[in-house]
Design a protein around this ligand. Structure first.
Ligand SMILES: C[S@@+](CC[C@H](N)C(=O)[O-])C[C@H]1O[C@@H](n2cnc3c(N)ncnc32)[C@H](O)[C@@H]1O
Length: 232
């Protein structure tokens, strides 16, 4: 990885909302220090880096959508890879304060309210891939946190159905739980291949995994990938 320009680290910590809750883990671990030393906004960058090493999704010139993009480490890495001929659109309720190149645009807002058409217009066309590192505020109540995480993935899927190009990819973080197999079955209707990954930079106590779907089918709209279709 090339080093991005140095910046002042975000006040919210190195890994967005997850990092603010420091109970039970070493806050400043090796990934944290490496991210800081290399000028990345969060240790999360090493999760995307590992996904990229294993599946090679991101390429020069792509249009990418990054949901839940603050404090901005995935934007930094994605911007490096797509280069100036590419386009990266990020969305978050929180601000992104790291310096980013002009081919990156950050829209501040809730993914529940944002119009997929607005995102496609900002990028100049459908996306080659959607990355979602969206994470809910956690309550510590496992089922409630899983349900919130699932709702965010559902929204990411809705946006993907309207905004990802044929043959594109979909990557989304989810808190692992009983709903994941049904979600994977639904994703299989929308994409050629679906796998799950748990990058090494994931905190040992964390339940999060990443769903990685490739070969997106624009013909599979939300009607095709809803629960009832998957259960037939
Ligand atoms: C783990 S952080 C993302 C870290 C990011 N990938 C990075 O590398 O810097 C999760 C983000 O999801 C955002 N988020 C959670 N719910 C959201 C929502 N409904 N709309 C927009 N952003 C949301 C949070 O504000 C938080 O910044």
């Amino acid at each position: 990885m090339n080093r991005p320009r140095r910046h002042n680290r975000s006040r919210r910590g190195s890994e967005g909302r997850d990092e603010k809750k420091s109970g039970g883990y070493r806050r400043h671990d090796g990934f944290f220090r490496r991210a800081r030393d290399q000028g990345f906004a969060a240790r999360s960058v090493f999760k995307l880096e590992e996904i990229q090493q294993r599946v090679e999704l991101l390429r020069q010139g792509q249009r990418l959508l990054d949901l839940g993009c603050a404090p901005g480490s995935w934007l930094q890495l994605a911007a490096q890879i797509v280069g100036r001929g590419g386009r990266v659109i990020g969305v978050d309720v929180d601000p992104v304060e790291v310096p980013l190149p002009p081919w990156v645009t950050v829209l501040r807002g809730d993914v529940a309210a944002i119009e997929p058409g607005q995102l496609v217009a900002a990028a100049g066309g459908r996306f080659d891939g959607l990355l979602s590192d969206l994470a809910p505020h956690t309550s510590g109540v496992r089922h409630a946190d899983q349900a919130r995480s699932l709702a965010l993935v559902e929204r990411a899927l809705e946006i993907a159905a309207a905004a990802v190009a044929d043959g594109g990819f979909f990557v989304a973080k989810i808190f692992d739980g009983g709903d994941v197999p049904a979600l994977i079955a639904r994703l299989r209707l929308a994409a050629r291949e679906v796998r799950t990954l748990r990058p090494r930079a994931t905190r040992s106590h964390s339940k999060e995994i990443y769903l990685v779907a490739t070969g997106w089918r624009t013909s599979a709209g939300m009607a095709q990938i809803d629960c009832r279709s998957a259960q037939k």
